[in-house]
Design a protein around this ligand. Structure first.
Ligand SMILES: Cc1cc2nc3c(=O)[nH]c(=O)nc-3n(C[C@H](O)[C@H](O)[C@H](O)COP(=O)(O)O)c2cc1C
Length: 251
């Protein structure tokens, strides 16, 4: 049996799954463990949409830019910031909810992400593989339609889940020193940046990315190819409209 340390330090994202199903009892057990995560004021302002149905996965696939994990993973979990349920409870109990604002969206998103990551750890501890899909916030407006999310509910991340059919090499992380600040934030000098990013830049896979994309530096692969300003601006506008439409920007 692996220790928590071994599980956390040994993990990697899994993007290929076997055709074996994920047992319903195992999934419920994992979700129950996930829902033990800390939650703001014990309000649990999140919902988890479990998708197993092939037709719904087919509808979701283009919204996740046809990343094949959506249709190939036996289970797709969409984690939503959700004040709808809590608001209804308040109104039924003669309490007036004041959660139609941006702060409440952030609160519910934090709750949703904490439960998502706890579900992931529970799943990985059970031998399952997971992959987060960042496309959720890009295409939230369309995912809302497919999953029939009412006002007060916004999808914030998606996780595909299944039995691993691959064991990819672990990818790098920055050295711990790069992300830890003792007591107060110590801003980075140019030499610190050179030092902290050198290992990443020297990796063969990084050099391959740079060459394949005909770029000069690895950073340019991020700014010019993977996470471009134009895309960020475009999807920001859509997400802000989603927050308005779902009732989170009334103040
Ligand atoms: C919020 C979030 C969104 C992500 N979106 C995607 C995605 O859309 N497609 C994908 O293949 N991997 C996605 N990933 C996985 C990351 O690429 C992966 O975690 C990272 O490269 C580090 O690899 P590792 O998890 O194997 O250590 C996402 C991860 C996070 C946390």
């Amino acid at each position: 049996m692996q220790t928590t340390r071994e599980i956390l330090l040994g993990r990697r994202t899994i993007r290929k799954y076997t055709s074996d199903p994920v047992d319903e009892n195992l999934l419920m057990d994992i979700l129950e463990m996930g829902c033990r995560a800390s939650t703001t004021g014990n309000m649990q302002v999140y919902s988890i949409i479990v998708t197993r149905d092939a037709d719904i996965k087919k509808e979701l696939a283009p919204l996740h830019f046809n990343q094949k994990m959506i249709t190939e993973a036996p289970v797709v979990l969409t984690f939503c910031a959700d004040f709808n349920r809590f608001n209804k409870w308040c109104r039924l109990r003669k309490a007036e909810p004041g959660y139609d604002n941006f702060l409440s969206f952030v609160t519910a998103s934090i709750d949703a992400l904490l439960v998502a990551q706890t579900v992931c750890i529970a799943a990985e501890s059970s031998g399952l593989g997971i992959c987060y899909l960042g496309t959720t916030t890009y295409m939230a407006h369309k995912i809302i339609e497919v999953l029939k999310l009412p006002s007060g509910v916004v999808p914030v991340t998606t996780v595909t889940l299944g039995w691993p059919a691959e064991k990819p090499e672990q990818v790098d992380r920055l050295p711990l020193n790069a992300v830890i600040h003792n007591e107060v934030y110590m801003d980075y000098e140019n030499e610190d940046i050179d030092l902290y990013y050198s290992e990443k830049e020297e990796r063969d896979d990084s050099k391959r990315f740079v060459a394949e994309n005909s770029k000069e530096t690895l950073a340019q692969v991020f700014t010019d190819v993977r996470y471009k300003k134009a895309d960020n601006v475009h999807f920001s506008k859509i997400l802000l409209q989603v927050l308005k439409d779902q009732g989170f920007m009334n103040q």
